[in-house]
Design a protein around this ligand. Structure first.
Ligand SMILES: Cc1cc2nc3c(=O)[nH]c(=O)nc-3n(C[C@H](O)[C@H](O)[C@H](O)COP(=O)(O)OP(=O)(O)OC[C@H]3O[C@@H](n4cnc5c(N)ncnc54)[C@H](O)[C@@H]3O)c2cc1C
Ligand code: SF4
Length: 585
């Protein structure tokens, strides 16, 4: 899709900042309502199929898919020992990337850390600055939240309830399912609501064995609920159905767009309405305010390549730059009227920052699968999801809230065990014999939303565009550490109970940020004193300002957030269009 020149003299109905899951969804919904929309994206529009090259064989890539030698992706130890990540000690690496960036297919998608610094406590902050943001490379696990999450305070007394219930958002989850496509199997679980699924993928032999073992324990293992269209989408000419090519598991997206990404799923169809103008290379540095009305008047942005500054006006401003970038923008938008940053009369912008704690997991081996002929198991967009089971009917004495596991088994192009010592024919035979018999899974748990976990602006450090960097004040707490202990024990117990031999148990807690599910920095609520947004992600202070990404989450739940980000955004944009039509904004 070719971008048309943006007319910056015009006042748009809505200016959207950011083109990921949230910004793309806002563009889709608002253009469908007939609004004239300008979408500003800081990164470039990449020739994404050429970046992803999903079908490239490892031997056809100069470094078997890894980064070139002059580039470096931060390791676990580097996050925990050396900080900040772009500091001294890395002089030999021309390009530094976050931990996820060790891939030739992602090197132009994820940001260069030195150009985009941040400071403060340890945090693995993964960012993608290009059209579509992180959706170009996301892991596709597409889960719904339930009233166990939205009304969690009612269950355990901690934190705040969301100002919505599952029944408010359920119709919008349905719309997202139907518009974007999702694969999975119905399980009728009140704490993990089903979607409107397309054709499911199949569990393989070891996964079914684990599923049966877990059933006896009253726990549910289900097919990976992937934001992938397995049947195809007749209404979208930019996306193919999934051909089970297995490239999903390689680091870097799906080049036929069977897996959802924001450009092909949302932005190109929105451009086809004739109502969307897209401007990439547009780094928004501030949301402008009309001093007479106190309302948002538009944005100031810098062309990311030419460094020239521009201003554009909008009747409504929609912030969708991703949880942490959106908080940064609100804090940057200080004025006489809003000295603490925009939408921040509560002092909660940047606070209540939460996410998922990751790490503990287990690998097991099914002895009866050793030596069996290989099967084509990596031709799927995911393995399995083991749903939350803690603090549903019983109360765990050591922690509140829950965690789930993502995992998989089967034969694949890169079988487990290749990192073990050995060489030559006997080594290859050993790998072939065992491949397909391993099963592994890792946990994702809820990090409690706490006011004292927050981000603010660094007073000194600035990014390449001269914009103050974000400073982190964020740590896992006692609840997370107790939960992690339980994750490790239950992982081992479940895999053993299903009859697998334990190969290793991982009790390492990954660095803060590892889940790439940052949430909560401008939370929703009914009380403007303790929340930033109302239930429609509209600022309590500035009624023509909406923040439609994960910032609005009240708690993190343990389910992956992207499907909820998009359902909430759809609901908010329907409200916005209605209010604008009534001249209420
Ligand atoms: C490797 C990986 C695996 C993941 N797996 C899953 C998963 O399995 N399930 C799941 O639910 N989620 C997953 N996620 C998370 C998921 O990608 C995010 O939740 C989702 O992309 C968030 O959408 P967003 O629009 O808020 O942010 P993004 O997708 O990050 O988009 C934000 C956009 O805003 C732009 N932007 C930022 N600042 C500015 C500015 N100042 N001016 C203009 N534009 C700006 C950025 O360039 C970016 O394009 C994963 C992420 C990664 C990286
Ligand atoms: S398995 Fe499906 S979703 Fe994944 S890369 Fe292949 S076609 Fe795309």
């Amino acid at each position: 899709m070719a971008e048309q020149e943006a007319d910056l003299s015009k006042k748009y109905d809505a200016v959207i900042i950011g083109s990921g899951a949230a910004g793309g969804m806002a563009a889709h919904v608002l253009t469908t309502h007939g609004l004239q929309v300008l979408l500003l994206e800081a990164g470039k529009k990449l020739d994404i199929e050429k970046e992803l090259r999903s079908m490239q064989w490892p031997y056809d890539n100069a470094h078997r898919g890894a980064l070139p030698p002059d580039s470096h992706s931060l390791s676990f130890n580097e996050y925990t020992i050396r900080r900040p990540p772009y500091g001294p000690g890395f002089e030999k690496s021309k390009n530094l990337y976050s931990y996820i960036g060790n891939s030739d297919y992602m090197k132009n998608i994820v940001v260069k850390e030195r150009e985009n610094p941040y400071t403060g406590t340890n945090y693995a902050w993964v960012r993608a600055r290009c059209l579509g943001g992180k959706t170009n490379i996301w892991g596709r696990l597409a889960l719904r939240l339930s009233d166990y999450d939205f009304k969690a305070k009612d269950r355990d007394g901690y934190g705040e309830n969301w100002p919505i219930s599952y029944s408010d958002i359920a119709p919008y989850y349905d719309k997202v399912d139907l518009y974007l496509g999702i694969t999975g199997v119905k399980e009728n679980l009140p704490y993990l609501p089903d979607s409107l699924f397309q054709r499911p993928t199949k569990l393989n032999c070891a996964e079914v064995t684990l599923q049966q073992g877990l059933k006896k324990m009253g726990r549910v293992l289900t097919q990976y609920r992937a934001g992938v269209t397995t049947d195809g989408l007749k209404h979208n000419k930019y996306r193919s159905r999934c051909y089970g090519r297995g490239a999903c598991e390689r680091k870097g997206g799906c080049d036929i767009h069977a897996a959802f990404d924001s450009p092909t799923g949302l932005i190109y169809p929105a451009m086809d309405t004739g109502n969307l103008t897209l401007r990439t290379n547009s780094t928004v540095r501030e949301i402008s305010v009309d001093p007479a009305t106190g309302k948002a008047s538009g944005v100031h942005f810098t062309d990311s390549q030419t460094m020239k500054d521009y201003t554009v006006r909008g009747k409504v401003v929609i912030v969708a730059a991703s949880t942490l970038e959106s908080a940064r923008l609100l804090l940057l938008s200080k004025s006489r009227l809003y000295p603490n940053g925009l939408a921040n009369s509560s002092g909660h912008v940047g606070h209540n920052f939460c996410e998922h704690v990751m790490g503990p997991g287990v690998a097991g081996q099914a002895k009866d699968l050793v030596g069996k002929p290989p099967t084509l198991d990596d031709g799927r967009p995911g393995g399995f999801y083991l749903a939350r089971f803690r603090n549903l009917t019983e109360k765990n004495p050591n922690f509140i809230r829950g965690y789930g596991f993502e995992g998989g088994s089967g034969s694949s192009m890169f079988p487990p065990g290749t990192d073990q010592p050995g060489f030559g024919a006997s080594f290859k035979e050993e790998i072939r014999k065992n491949q397909g018999s391993y099963i592994g899974m890792g946990a994702f748990g809820e990090v409690l939303a706490r006011y004292e976990n927050y981000v603010d602006l660094d007073p000194v450090v600035k990014d390449k565009w001269g914009i103050p960097a974000l400073r982190f004040h964020y740590k896992f707490g006692e609840n997370e550490h107790n939960m992690v202990k339980d994750m490790k024990e239950t992982a081992q117990e479940m895999v053993e109970a299903a009859g697998f031999k334990i190969i290793y148990v991982n009790d390492r807690v990954l660095t803060e940020g590892w889940s790439i599910h940052e949430l909560g920095t401008a939370r929703m609520g009914n009380d403007p004193k303790t929340s930033v947004l109302n239930q429609f992600q509209q600022s309590h202070d500035v009624k023509n300002l909406f923040v439609v990404d994960g910032s609005a989450f009240v708690n993190a739940s343990c389910q992956n957030p992207t499907w909820t980000i998009m359902a909430l955004c759809w609901r908010s944009c329907d409200y916005l269009a209605d209010q604008l039509a009534k001249n209420e904004l």
